[in-house]
Unconditional design. Structure first.
Length: 323
């Protein structure tokens, strides 16, 4: 069967690497084909205490090469003065620009957040994928003391939102190819829907095998991320080679948490006025305070008041009044 052929191909690889290219955060995990249940994460992101880092890209304007990635890119950019910032291209939360819904294979230019230039979307995605892939290979080499594993000896698994149409998925495949992840057979690359990956992980963490789910049982997976909310539904079935059957075309919408951030930013405009457009660093600091407060919320906190530090903008307002 095709499944058996695929498994035979995968077992020939030395490692399996999963790349989570998120709207707000990104990261990777890896396992060796000799023991695929033993999964390793990267705990060493610069200026980050999580197992992921922010999806922020800082390119050199002169040649559009990668200067910094992740939380470190944000830190480096915000500590620059305006003249220094003009020499770089800063990109944040750009993944959702691929959400169009028209089914076309799209290549277009993405404008840097600081307005210093444009870059093709496929090239920007390729830069991120190549960087994460290189980091993972270096991590494997450091932890195992083995020689660097070539890209073509790795099964690469990249997750995408379920709501992305054929065009959005094709852009990611082209970016992976440009990043050098695909070998000549293209059999060492898998594009996986995020809610389906979440389903497998939930089963693993709960130590539940599909065979343990009652026949006919139906359930839903809701993957609420930074850019999208993806919804999928499954049924436990009796069918050769298949234990779970999708009973709903995965759907959802661009309803992720970044949109609450945008509403909060509009709230800041109401309080402090349009002048905050020129206070990028201060606004970013307050938005980070908001994001931090939001990420600490739990279901049990429904009645708890949450305080968000607006001091960076308040201090700026007080300084202007003194002048």
């Amino acid at each position: 069967t095709n499944n058996h052929y695929q498994m035979a191909v995968y077992r020939k690889k030395k490692a399996i690497v999963g790349i989570d290219f998120g709207t707000t955060y990104s990261g990777f995990a890896y396992a060796f084909t000799t023991n695929p249940k033993e999964i390793y994460l990267n705990p060493d992101w610069p200026r980050e205490f999580n197992q992921k880092t922010k999806t922020i890209v800082l390119l050199k304007k002169e040649d559009k090469s990668l200067y910094k990635f992740g939380t470190e890119a944000e830190f480096e950019f915000l500590r620059m003065n305006r003249t220094q910032q003009s020499e770089y291209m800063y990109f944040k939360q750009f993944k959702m620009k691929l959400y169009k819904g028209d089914g076309n294979n799209r290549s277009f230019m993405i404008r840097a957040d600081n307005g210093t230039g444009d870059i093709e979307n496929i090239e920007l995605f390729a830069i991120v994928l190549r960087h994460l892939a290189n980091l993972c290979c270096e991590r494997i080499r450091t932890c195992t003391m083995l020689p660097v594993v070539p890209f073509n000896e790795i099964l690469w698994v990249v997750t995408v939102p379920a709501i992305w149409d054929k065009g959005g998925k094709e852009v990611m495949i082209q970016a992976a190819e440009r990043a050098g992840l695909l070998d000549e057979t293209r059999e060492n690359f898998l594009l996986v829907l995020e809610p389906e990956a979440a389903l497998i992980m939930c089963c693993e963490e709960a130590n539940i095998q599909p065979s343990q789910i009652n026949y006919g049982k139906k359930f839903m997976v809701v993957d609420a991320g930074g850019g999208t909310i993806d919804i999928s539904a499954y049924e436990r079935v009796i069918q050769e080679g298949v234990e779970l059957r999708s009973i709903l075309v995965p759907n959802g919408g661009p309803w992720g948490s970044i949109y609450s951030n945008e509403l909060f930013k509009l709230f800041l405009f109401d309080i402090f006025g349009s002048k905050i457009e020129n206070l990028y660093e201060k606004v970013n600091e307050v938005l980070n305070n908001y994001e931090s407060a939001k990420s600490r919320l739990e279901k049990s906190d429904e009645e708890r008041q949450v305080f968000i530090d607006l001091d960076p903008l308040i201090e700026e307002e007080e300084d202007e009044e003194k002048d």
